[in-house]
Design a protein around this ligand. Structure first.
Ligand code: ARG
Length: 680
C-alpha cells in the first residue's frame, strides 16, 4: 500500500470511530436515568465514563498521529472527564466543567484539541443565564480565523454544545448572545451533594497530593517579633490548614533567625552580665533591652567588639560554653514566640538558620565544585543568572562568614534533597521578593531546583499601616509589641461584648470564650480578608464591626444558623438517621436553590486558592454564604409558629440545609483560624 493509501484507510477508520463514539454519546444521553439517588448509579456512570474516556483517548491519538503525518503543528492534549467518587471528595464544579468542555472543543474541532475551556460561574442575580458559563467560543473564533477558517462564535458555540458529553451535574446547556454557552446545574445533583455533606462531612476536592514545605512566621532571635511576622504567621498557618485539608503532606517550618554575627555581642554581654550562666539559667527578662545594651557596647567599646568577634568564631566552631550561652539566649526568645503561637493557635517546627551551619559549609563546596562562585573584592559571589545580571548572591563574606543568602541556599538544598519536598512556600513580606527569586534561580542554575518537578511560591504580603496611613507604630514611634497588641484585642473585644450586654446572658466562662474568639478571630480575619499583596490598615474599630465582611459578623451568623436546629423542638443530632427517615431536601424555593448552589462552590474556591494562594477569596466566600443564607432564612420558613408562639410545623428539609450551611462555614472557619463558640 502506498503511504497515501494507508492514510486514507486510517482516515476512514477514524471517521468510523468518531461516528461510533457520537452514537455512544447519544445513547448515553438518552439512556441516562441520572437521578443519582444512589451511589450505585454514580459507579455505573463512572464506569461508563471510563470506557468513553478510553475510546476518546484512542481516537485522539489517531487524530494526533494523522496530523503529525500531515505535518500539522497542533498538539493534542486530551483531558479526560473526571468524576471523583462523591463520598470522600466534593466535586469542584468548575474543574468538572472545564474538563467537560475541553473535551467538547476537542471533539468539535480536532485541530484545536487541547485548548482549555474557559468556565466562569454566573453571578447568582443573573440566574437566567445559567449557573456557569463557557466563554470559549469568542477566542476560538479568533484562532480559527487566524488559520483561515471563518466561523461565527455562535456557530462555534453550537458545535461545542453538540459535543458536550452527558454529565450528572448538568441539566442543560444553551447558546446565548454572541456565543456564550450557559450551563444549568441539575437539582438532583445538588441534592445528592448536599446530602453527602450531611452524611459524610465536608470533604475536599480531589487533587494530586504533594509534600509541601511552608516556611512561615520566621522571626529573629533577640529581636522583636513585629506585625510583619504576625502577618506571615497568620497567613502561613491558614495556608497550612488549607493544604492539610486538601490532603497534602505539610511541613510547617519556622526559619528562625538564630545565627549570625549578632550572637557574638550577645554572648559576650551575657558572660559579663550573668557570669554564672553556666550553672543557672540567666534571668534575662527583657531580651529587647538586653540586645540594645549589647549593641551599644559593641558600637562604643573596641575591646568588647574584639571579644564579640571572638565569640562568633568560638560559637561557629562548636565551643561548649559559647553554645550554652547561645542556647540560653535562644530559649528566652523562643519562649516569648511560643506564647504568641499558643494564643493564636499556631503550630510550627523550629528549624532555624543555625540548623544549616554544616550544610552551609557543604553548599559552598558544592557551588564551588560547579564553578558557580566568583571572587569579588575578597567575597565569593554567585550570579543567579548566567548573564550575570541583577544582584549577585553573597555566598561567603570577605571575613569568611556566611550570609542570609548562604543559609537560604543551604536551606533550599536541604528542603528539596533531604526533606524531599516537592513544593516550597515562603510566606515572607514583599520586600524580600528579589532575594527569594534570586534563591530559586540560583538553585535552578546549580541543579538543585527543577521547575519541572518542583514548585516554589513566594507568598508575599504588603506592610501593615496604622490608621494614620503610616507604618504601624506605637504612639511614641516604636514597634508595637505583639503581646501588647493581642492584649489590646482582648480588651476591645470584651468592651464590645459588654456594650451588647452579653454579660447578662452568658456565663463568665462563655463570656471569656466569646472574648477570645472575637479578639483573635478579628485580628486574623482582618489580615486574611484583604488581598495579601496590598498593604492594609490595622484598625480595631473596623475589624470589630458587626456588619459587613468581618469576623464578628460571621461568628454571629454562624451561631444563629446553629441555633435553628437546636430550637426547632426536634432532635437533629443524628443527621444520617434523619436522612434515612426519608427527610428530603427539596430546593424548590428559588432561595433554597440559590443557597445550595452557593454552598457547592466551596470546592471551586479551594482549588482556586491552591493555585494562587490568595486566602481573601475564602473570606469572600464565607461572607457570600452568610448573606445568601439570610436571604434564604428571610424568605423560607424553617419553623412555623402560631400566634402564641408554639411550633406548628418544622420543615426538616430546610433545617438540613441550615445544617449543611453550618458545616461548610465551620470548615472555612477552621482554615481561617476562627474559633466559633456556641454562644456569643
Ligand atoms: N527571618 C527573616 C525575617 O525576619 C524571615 C525568614 C524567611 N525565610 C527564609 N527562608 N528566608 O525577615
Amino acid at each position: 500500500m502506498s503511504s497515501i493509501e494507508s492514510e486514507t484507510v486510517a482516515l476512514s477508520e477514524m471517521e468510523r470511530l468518531t461516528a461510533h463514539l457520537r452514537t455512544q454519546i447519544e445513547q448515553t444521553k438518552r439512556g441516562e436515568g441520572l437521578e443519582f439517588e444512589e451511589d450505585e448509579e454514580y459507579v455505573k456512570l463512572q464506569t461508563e465514563n471510563t470506557k468513553l474516556k478510553h475510546r476518546l483517548a484512542i481516537l485522539n491519538k489517531a487524530i494526533a498521529a494523522e496530523q503529525n503525518a500531515h505535518g500539522s503543528t497542533a498538539v493534542i492534549k486530551y483531558q479526560p472527564v473526571k468524576l471523583p467518587s462523591t463520598v470522600n471528595e466534593m466535586i469542584s464544579i468548575t474543574e468538572h466543567l472545564v474538563d467537560l468542555f475541553t473535551n467538547a472543543i476537542a471533539l468539535a474541532f480536532p485541530n484545536l484539541a487541547g485548548t482549555q475551556a474557559i468556565i466562569s460561574p454566573v453571578n447568582a442575580t443573573a440566574a437566567k443565564f445559567g449557573d456557569y458559563q463557557c466563554n470559549s467560543a469568542m477566542s476560538l473564533a479568533k484562532t480559527l480565523k487566524a488559520a483561515g477558517v471563518n466561523k461565527s462564535p455562535r456557530d462555534i458555540a453550537n458545535e461545542i454544545v453538540k459535543n458536550v458529553a452527558p454529565s450528572p451535574l448538568v441539566a442543560k446547556t444553551e447558546v446565548a448572545g454572541a456565543g456564550f454557552i450557559n450551563v444549568f446545574l441539575k437539582k438532583d445533583y445538588a441534592v445528592h451533594a448536599i446530602e453527602n455533606i450531611l452524611r459524610n462531612g465536608v470533604k475536599p476536592p480531589a487533587c494530586r497530593k504533594q509534600r509541601v514545605l511552608v516556611d512561615f512566621s520566621s522571626p529573629n532571635i533577640a529581636k522583636q517579633m513585629h506585625v510583619g511576622h504576625l502577618r506571615s504567621t497568620i497567613i502561613g498557618e491558614s495556608i497550612c490548614r488549607l493544604l492539610e485539608f486538601l490532603g497534602h503532606d505539610v511541613l510547617r517550618i519556622n526559619h528562625l533567625g538564630d545565627w549570625g554575627t549578632q550572637f557574638g555581642m550577645l554572648i559576650a554581654h551575657l558572660e559579663d552580665r550573668f557570669p554564672n550562666f553556666l550553672n543557672e539559667s540567666p534571668p534575662i527578662g527583657d531580651l529587647q533591652a538586653f540586645y540594645k545594651e549589647s549593641k551599644k557596647r559593641f558600637d562604643e567599646d573596641e575591646e568588647f567588639k574584639k571579644r564579640a568577634y571572638n565569640c562568633v568564631v568560638l560559637l561557629q566552631s562548636g565551643d561548649a560554653n559559647s553554645t550554652k550561652a547561645w542556647t540560653q539566649i535562644c530559649d528566652v526568645s523562643r519562649q516569648e514566640f511560643q506564647k504568641i503561637y499558643e494564643r493564636l493557635d499556631v503550630t510550627l517546627k523550629p528549624v532555624g538558620e543555625s540548623f544549616y551551619q554544616s550544610r552551609m559549609i557543604e553548599v559552598v563546596k558544592f557551588l564551588a565544585s560547579k564553578n558557580l562562585l566568583e571572587e569579588d573584592d575578597g567575597r565569593k559571589i554567585m550570579w543567579a543568572d548566567e548573564t550575570s545580571s541583577g544582584i549577585p548572591l553573597t555566598i561567603v563574606k570577605s571575613d569568611g562568614g556566611f550570609t542570609y543568602d548562604t543559609s537560604d541556599m543551604a536551606a533550599i538544598r536541604y528542603r528539596l534533597e533531604e526533606e524531599k519536598a516537592e513544593w516550597l512556600i515562603y510566606v515572607v513580606d514583599s520586600g524580600q521578593s528579589t532575594h527569594l527569586q534570586n534563591i530559586y534561580r540560583a538553585a535552578e542554575r546549580a541543579g538543585i531546583f527543577n521547575p519541572k518537578i518542583h514548585r516554589a511560591d513566594h507568598v508575599n504580603f504588603g506592610v501593615v499601616l496604622g490608621e494614620d496611613g503610616k507604618k504601624f507604630k506605637t504612639r511614641s514611634g516604636e514597634t508595637v509589641k505583639l503581646s501588647d497588641l493581642l492584649d489590646e484585642g482582648l480588651k476591645r473585644a470584651l468592651d464590645k461584648l459588654l456594650e451588647k450586654e452579653r454579660d447578662k446572658v452568658l456565663t463568665p466562662e462563655e463570656l471569656k470564650a466569646a472574648q477570645e474568639s472575637v479578639a483573635y478571630g478579628c485580628i486574623k480575619y482582618a489580615d486574611l480578608s484583604h488581598n495579601r499583596t496590598n498593604e492594609y490598615v490595622f484598625s480595631f474599630d473596623k475589624m470589630l464591626e458587626d456588619r459587613g465582611n468581618t469576623a464578628v459578623y460571621l461568628l454571629y451568623a454562624f451561631t444563629r444558623i446553629c441555633s435553628i436546629s437546636r430550637n426547632c423542638g426536634e432532635d437533629f443530632s443524628d443527621l444520617v438517621k434523619i436522612l434515612d427517615n426519608r427527610t428530603k431536601i427539596e430546593l424548590e424555593h428559588e432561595k433554597e436553590w440559590k443557597l445550595a448552589k452557593t454552598l457547592l462552590k466551596f470546592p471551586d474556591v479551594l482549588v482556586k486558592i491552591s493555585k494562587d494562594l490568595l486566602l481573601h477569596t475564602l473570606c469572600e466566600f464565607c461572607y457570600e454564604v452568610a448573606t445568601v443564607f439570610s436571604e434564604f432564612y428571610d424568605n423560607c420558613y424553617c419553623i412555623e409558629k402560631n400566634k402564641s408562639g408554639e411550633i406548628v410545623k418544622v420543615n426538616r428539609g430546610r433545617i438540613l440545609l441550615c445544617e449543611a450551611t453550618a458545616a461548610i462555614l465551620k470548615q472555612c472557619f477552621f482554615i481561617l483560624g476562627l474559633k466559633p463558640v456556641s454562644k456569643i
